[in-house]
Design a protein. Structure first.
Length: 500
């Protein structure tokens, strides 16, 4: 793969439905900020396209109108603005961004996908159909802009129709790439929606956008795109079979030669134990003993018995079935009888929230629970606990397991998706070669998870082994630069002959 400086500009249109710090509901918002910025640092001419939600329009300075559109089939008229994202720490300039200003579709109270009551917007097909349509226009010779990309990079179902629009466009067009951040969300709508989205009736079949009698934005992107990327190599394989294919496994298996997996990076300036302002005491791999001050502070804050010798586990997560919270609930009483403590931070399904809260009541001084989300506390947990728990049933990439290793907090994770790709299990062989950085458990059941916890405790009691694990994890490079290089290499592989 080519990793040398480019001989000419590589232009990428990056289509997303959210981007931090303007609008964010989950990991896609972070990726949409970090990956384009890292690509820009590599010399890639990357520009974002995003809907003009109120928060987006309010958060951008020095906007300028670059185009106006009307008469696009069933879509209302709108303007296209150009601006730049706020520059990140150490960056000389922000990534350029195009914003679709369509008041009737985007200017409303609520979130990007749901109203204030948490219900999906009833016109989401039109809202993200417009995003996809404009993405296709800007990626073809129909674009009113002087700037033209070489690649259009779509993300999740909200931009999934862009490859379909390009497929049926008769003029010049660029290569399309589809990223899957979570296959669960597929953008499924009734077949009657097709006529309002300016797609031909011939597209509604099994070799197209039809999905079990409905139409699917995500299936359209997966079927018509030139290449598919998922957020970890293992997840790229998992989604080609049941159960993690969620009905699309046949299509994905048939396109296996056009699927790649690239692990996400992390914000290594925000998540840095040497400079993190949320910690009681900063530390480095050379001053790792100072980490114990954070453990003491966390135990005091959460009402746990202050004991430097007892292993302290932590979990920061949405309380959902996917995240394995039910599994944690089953093993927590056994963990409480061990020489161990547990801190839990998170919220989600009401029933799981109640059961999590009951753990603290039933095991005072041993288990502490905070329902909700607290950014400062999440950092202190990473820096203060000894081991981080991630019993996810599936995890396309995951971030906390990478934060944990960077903070010298060896994680215990279920061997799935990005967790398997980023955590090296502690064994005699991996300790000897210096790669061990955490612990894996393979069966999604209480016995396997509990056995993993016991392995962690045994290793914690061996101070030499534990110090090796901490140092190995802290030495890893989880920065976005490595991921961006991998993305750039795939872009270039799809453009043969464009570069010397």
């Amino acid at each position: 793969m080519l990793t040398a400086p480019l001989s000419r500009d590589l232009g990428v249109l990056f289509i997303t439905s959210e981007v931090y710090p303007l609008i964010k509901t989950g990991g896609l918002g972070d990726v949409s900020a970090a990956l384009p910025a890292a690509l820009q640092e590599l010399g890639v001419d990357v520009r974002l396209l995003i809907p003009g939600y109120p928060k987006v329009l309010a958060g951008l300075r020095y906007k300028r109108k670059v185009a106006g559109f009307s008469g696009l089939s069933h879509f209302p008229p709108f303007l296209l603005w150009s601006a730049r994202l706020p520059a990140g720490k150490g960056a000389s300039k922000g990534v350029p961004i195009f914003v679709i200003d369509c008041p009737s579709l985007y200017r409303r109270n609520g979130g990007p996908y749901t109203n204030t009551a948490g219900q999906d917007w009833p016109d989401n097909a039109m809202r993200f159909g417009l995003l996809s349509k404009i993405g296709a226009i800007l990626a073809s010779d129909a674009s009113p802009l002087i700037w033209r990309p070489n690649i259009v990079h779509c993300n999740d179902w909200q931009s999934g129709l862009t490859p379909a629009y390009l497929h049926f466009y008769q003029g010049r067009k660029v290569v399309s790439l589809m990223s899957i951040h979570n296959l669960v969300f597929q953008g499924v709508f009734p077949p009657s929606t097709l006529s309002r989205l300016d797609l031909p009736a011939t597209s509604f079949n099994i070799n197209g956008i039809e999905y079990y009698g409905d139409m699917s934005f995500l299936k359209a992107g997966l079927y018509y795109s030139d290449h598919i990327i998922t957020v970890s190599p293992t997840y790229a394989k998992e989604i080609q079979t049941m159960p993690l294919g969620f009905g699309l496994q046949g299509l994905l298996a048939g396109r296996s030669d056009h699927i790649s997996g690239i692990v996400n990076g992390i914000d290594s300036t925000k998540w840095d134990p040497e400079t993190d302002p949320c910690l009681a005491q900063n530390y480095t791999v050379k001053r790792i003993a100072a980490k114990a001050i954070n453990k003491r502070a966390l135990q005091q804050m959460m009402g746990l018995v202050v004991d430097s010798d007892i292993p302290l586990f932590g979990m920061v997560s949405r309380h959902t079935y996917q995240k394995g919270c039910d599994l944690l609930l089953q093993v927590a009483p056994f963990l409480a009888r061990m020489p161990a403590q547990l801190v839990i931070l998170g919220s989600g399904e009401a029933g799981l929230d109640r059961e999590m809260a009951a753990l603290e009541k039933n095991h005072p001084g041993k288990i502490a629970v905070r329902i909700g989300f607290d950014e400062t506390l999440s950092h202190l947990i990473e820096g203060g606990v000894d081991s981080f728990l991630m019993p996810s049933r599936f995890e396309p990439c995951g971030l906390n397991q990478m934060y944990s290793q960077r903070y010298g907090t060896p994680p215990l994770v279920h061997a799935t998706g990005g967790l398997l790709d980023t955590v090296v299990d502690c064994t005699p062989a991996t300790l000897a070669d210096g790669s061990a950085s955490g612990f894996l458990f393979h069966e999604m059941d209480p016995r396997s998870f509990l056995a993993g916890i016991q392995r962690v405790i045994a290793s914690y009691c061996n101070k030499t082994t534990w110090l090796r694990l901490q140092r190995n994890g802290m030495a890893k490079d989880f920065s976005w630069r490595l991921s961006a290089i991998a993305y750039r290499d795939i872009y270039l592989s799809l453009l043969p002959g464009l570069y010397k």
